[in-house]
Every structure is written in structure tokens, then in C-alpha cells.
Design a protein around this ligand. Structure first.
Ligand code: AMP
Length: 109
């Protein structure tokens, strides 16, 4: 079954898309924890870091490049945090590898 993020990539469900290229899509997090809270999602659907096969590690470079691009182009995002919740006990809720991009003021729960 497709992950919710694969459905967003396929435009089967809506999302606020910030950027996209052949390797990754960037969407606004639906429940932001910071003034700027994006998700950088590889188009390759892989559950988590443990599940990456040797050839899948090429997903990492486009994620970092996209973080750099966002920091250069999004006002207020020059300084940012990248966060991966990897595994259920670490807070992962969507089992399609993704990186949180957070910048600006953190928002309370
Ligand atoms: P994680 O805990 O790292 O798996 O984070 C999953 C994130 O995806 C959470 O911050 C959610 O708010 C976010 N999220 C879940 N569904 C959607 C959606 N349909 N559109 C945008 N963000 C979503």
C-alpha cells in the first residue's frame, strides 16, 4: 500500500507543495512545530534508515541539497534544524522516510 507521502507525490491527496525535483518533494507540515516546518521527502518510498539498501543511500544527497536550497531561498530559513524521527519509539508516525526542516520560532504543542 502506498504511504500518505507517496499519495501526495502522486497528487492523489492534497498538500502545500513548496518545492519538487526528480528526487524529492517538499511540503508544509500539516501540524507545524515551528514558524517554518517543511518535510523533505524522497520520492523513493523507503520505510526508514534501517530499510535503506546500499543503492538507496543516494537519496541522502538530494535531501541535503534541498535543505541548502531552502535555506537560500526561503526568507527566515537561513538557519535551520533537520530532524528525522526514525522508528516508532523515536516518534516516527509516517513510515516513509522524511526529514523535518524547521526554522524560525518553535511553536508550543
Ligand atoms: P514523523 O513523526 O516524523 O513520522 O512525522 C510525520 C509528520 O508528518 C508529522 O509532523 C505530521 O504533522 C506530518 N503529516 C502527516 N500527514 C500529513 C499530511 N497529509 N500533510 C502534511 N504533513 C503531514
Amino acid at each position: 500500500m502506498k504511504s500518505i507521502f507517496s499519495k501526495i507525490i502522486a497528487r492523489e491527496i492534497p498538500a502545500k507543495i513548496i518545492a519538487e525535483n526528480d528526487e524529492v518533494i517538499v511540503i508544509e507540515d500539516i501540524a507545524p512545530k515551528a514558524a517554518i516546518h517543511y518535510l523533505i521527502i524522497p520520492k523513493l518510498e523507503v520505510r526508514d534508515i534501517q530499510s535503506l539498501a546500499a543503492q538507496d543511500f543516494q537519496v541522502v544527497e538530494p535531501i541535503f541539497k534541498m535543505a541548502q536550497q531552502l535555506s537560500r531561498t526561503v526568507p527566515g530559513a537561513e538557519h535551520f534544524r533537520l530532524l528525522i524521527n526514525n522508528g516508532e519509539r523515536a516518534g516516527q508516525r509516517v513510515f516513509h522516510l522524511h526529514v523535518h526542516f524547521l526554522a524560525g520560532q518553535l511553536l508550543g504543542d
